[in-house]
Design a protein around this ligand. Structure first.
Ligand code: AMP
Length: 213
């Protein structure tokens, strides 16, 4: 039976390779060097489709892919409709944080009832975080280079992923609040899991046995 797996390039793809290997799946090409969006594997019926990280849940939701791997950040923003999320793969780990300019007094600004301008690629996560604190926010949606926003006065703070912290440091920003721990999860189309159970379940089991500690 045919199986299509949606992946994004870069870190998720690289850290997924050992999991695919555990399921006996070896991609025929590296998407980093190939321009192909559909990558064959050593199994005639197993294909990988290479999409934007934030589009993975959409491909799986509509059944264009049976399985996918997406960050918790992306899944929260998507909402998770039509998806099972059976497995935390413990890969592409990082933290969702609030960060401000080194010279910005966040403690003073974030008082209950205050109003802050927040630049982010993650409006849902940012809105929920500040709602819990009783802080009003104007969300400014950006698609990248969030770190620039506080430096040029576009926002008081950003909500962004932090891994090593080097990007913040290089831009004179300071992480002031931890919102969520992020890792990537396996997502499965709900109908596909029923219809292709005998094909999908062994892949889920192999992934589960190969999840890094
Ligand atoms: P770092 O400088 O290592 O803290 O990395 C921060 C930059 O990498 C930010 O621009 C983040 O948006 C991005 N980043 C870090 N970790 C991840 C991840 N797991 N998935 C996607 N983007 C990430």
């Amino acid at each position: 039976m045919k199986l299509t797996i949606a992946l994004s390039k870069g870190r998720i793809f690289e850290e997924t390779l050992p999991l695919l290997a555990a399921a006996g799946i070896v991609p025929a090409e590296d998407p980093e060097s190939s321009r192909k969006l559909v990558i064959d594997t050593n199994h005639e019926h197993v294909k990988l489709v290479i999409v934007r990280a934030s589009d993975v849940p959409t491909y799986v939701q509509y059944g264009a892919a049976d399985l996918g791997i997406a960050g918790r950040d992306v899944l929260i923003e998507h909402g998770g409709d039509g998806l099972y999320q059976p497995l935390d793969l413990n890969i592409a780990r990082c933290k969702m944080m609030v960060a401000v300019s080194n010279d910005f007094d966040y403690e003073a600004a974030v008082k209950h009832g205050a109003r802050l301008k927040i630049a982010t690629k993650y409006p849902q996560i940012a809105r929920e975080h500040f709602a819990r604190k009783g802080v009003h926010v104007d969300i400014i949606k950006l698609y990248g280079s969030m770190e620039l926003a506080p430096l040029v006065g576009l926002a008081d703070a950003i909500v962004d992923l932090v891994s090593t912290g080097n990007t913040l440091k290089a831009n004179n920003l300071l992480a002031v609040e931890h919102i969520l721990d992020i890792s990537s999860r396996l997502v499965v189309n709900q109908a596909a899991l029923k219809l292709k159970y005998s094909t999908i379940q062994p892949v889920l089991d192999a992934f589960a046995s190969a999840v890094p500690a």
